[in-house]
Write a protein that binds this ligand. Structure first.
Ligand SMILES: [Zn+2]
Length: 195
């Protein structure tokens, strides 16, 4: 029995999409993830479903980070365990080895790390279970994460929005919106809702 992953912020506002040309132009690197904030100002981040925290800590480049391996989940065309990497937390509430559910509070998003401009959650989803600490987004000298020149490939990464659902029923009562700028893909302005 596989699960459907849900948004990690209950009133999420997407501020940057996966791999847009305008992101490359503005920041000088490919964006293998999404950025989101809370439209209510509540910066609490929850787990997206059932999974295990592989690691949590501080990295000089990505700031306070979490790596979670979710139990078998599904998106159109694929079912299996996936790795979720999240960067720039202000503070963390879980530790490596801990089991999580969608109701587990992971921490508060923030602006820690070198490449964070303003508080937000950066989130990546990767089907490569063998390289949880590899991220192709990265350049620079991270103490924890490995950049694209270390061997793993970017072909196992997905737009996180292909995995995430908006759970509109209580207690989550999620809502989803987006910023309106060139960093947002048109197809990301809506997300699949589930009860
Ligand atoms: Zn980002």
């Amino acid at each position: 029995m596989s699960q459907q992953l849900i948004l990690p912020i209950n009133h999420a506002k997407l501020t940057a999409s996966w791999k847009t040309q305008s992101y490359r132009t503005r920041f000088g690197f490919e964006h293998y993830g999404v950025d989101m904030v809370s439209s209510t100002g509540q910066s609490l981040v929850y787990a997206s479903g059932n999974g295990t925290v592989l690691a949590s800590g501080f990295d000089n480049v990505v700031g306070n980070y979490l790596v979670i391996r979710y139990d078998a989940a599904r998106r159109p065309g694929y079912t299996g365990e996936v790795i979720c990497r999240m960067f720039h937390f202000a503070s963390l509430l879980v530790r490596g080895g801990q089991r999580v559910t969608k109701d587990t509070k992971l921490g508060y998003y923030g602006n820690t790390g070198l490449y964070s401009s303003g508080a937000h959650l950066h989130l990546e989803v990767d089907r490569d279970l063998a390289h949880p600490y590899y991220t192709p987004t990265l350049f620079g000298r991270s103490t924890r994460f490995l950049g694209k020149h270390y061997g793993a490939t970017d072909s196992t990464m997905d737009n996180p929005l292909s995995w995430l659902h908006c759970k509109v029923s209580p207690p989550d009562s999620q809502r989803y919106t987006t910023a309106w700028n060139l960093l947002i893909r048109g197809e990301d302005r809506a997300i699949t809702e589930i009860q």
